[in-house]
Write a protein that binds this ligand. Structure first.
Ligand SMILES: [Zn+2]
Length: 283
């Protein structure tokens, strides 16, 4: 049984076959997906999808959506988190964070605006007693600074691709690190070294579907130039991604499944509550 701790099942890429793709993942052992929202407009949608498919969700404003977000969306998030307090499927605030890879987000104004949305959302997570799901892209140290200013109850640094020192700093603050498609590339030697050397207790699995296709789905720039579409990642790829991690660590699949599930439950405690409720028949 696998948990995909980061899956954008609400993305338009899944419009044609969303339910079938989720069912295919379930048939392959992906019992639960965590669906993080990226903007206010999508909050109701991830909640509804989680309900429909027996999954979990997070509410937040993603750094790539900060340019078009309104300041009032932060008040709306506060309200939405209050409204959903009794919903066992709400497991975190996310996806939030900082992105200093996209040039348009690196102007002084955009850096300040990203920081504002990030720090206010950390305060909301704290106030509502929820962990956070972090988007980390060339921003690890500043994200850590925010976490030291506003202490939250941990969470996940998703698609982690930083240094060993940053990995240790996140885990010391109660975070697990999300590993997915990027780790499947043989040339990703630094990331693979982290995946194999970090304590097993630091790792959770994710796809970030439909993004970050694993090596077997990835189309190169040349292939795309020749008219092939970039491969669409799916929660159904999680077991094969897990196989790569199992090989890197010399673990068998059941042991990896159990360890990564336990880790997900530790950093997203409401996910475990949801599992217990499901076993009790509440689905
Ligand atoms: Zn994401």
């Amino acid at each position: 049984m696998w948990i995909d701790t980061h899956c954008h099942l609400d993305a338009p890429e899944f419009e044609p076959d969303r339910a079938a793709e989720r069912a295919r993942a379930r048939a392959l052992g992906v019992q639960r997906c965590v669906l993080p929202a990226v903007q206010r407009r999508d909050w109701a949608g991830v909640q509804q999808l989680a309900q429909e498919h027996g999954d979990a969700y997070a509410l937040g404003i993603h750094p790539l959506y900060v340019p078009q977000a309104q300041l009032g969306d932060l008040d709306a998030l506060d309200q939405a988190l209050s409204d959903c307090r009794g919903d066992p499927r709400l497991v975190a605030v996310g996806e939030i964070g900082l992105d200093f890879f996209v040039p348009a987000l690196c102007t002084p104004e955009m850096r300040a605006r990203q920081w504002h949305f990030y720090s206010v959302q950390l305060q909301l997570a704290r106030r509502h007693g929820l962990p956070v799901i972090l988007h980390v892209r060339r921003s690890g140290d500043l994200l850590l600074k925010g976490l030291r200013q506003t202490v939250v109850s941990g969470g996940i640094a998703h698609a982690f691709n930083g240094s060993l020192q940053q990995a240790q700093a996140f885990t010391a603050l109660g975070f697990a690190l999300g590993f997915g498609g990027a780790m499947t590339f043989e040339r990703a030697t630094a990331l693979r070294a982290l995946a194999s050397d970090l304590p097993l207790s630091a790792l959770v699995l994710e796809t970030d579907a439909p993004d970050i296709p694993p090596q077997w789905l990835y189309r190169t720039a040349q292939e795309r130039g020749d008219g092939q579409a970039q491969g669409r990642n799916s929660p159904a790829e999680l077991p094969r991604i897990a196989q790569v991690l199992a090989q890197l660590r010399g673990l068998d699949l059941p042991a990896l499944a159990q360890a990564t599930r336990d880790n997900a439950y530790r950093v997203l405690p409401r996910l475990q509550d949801l599992a217990c409720a499901t076993i009790a028949g509440a689905r």
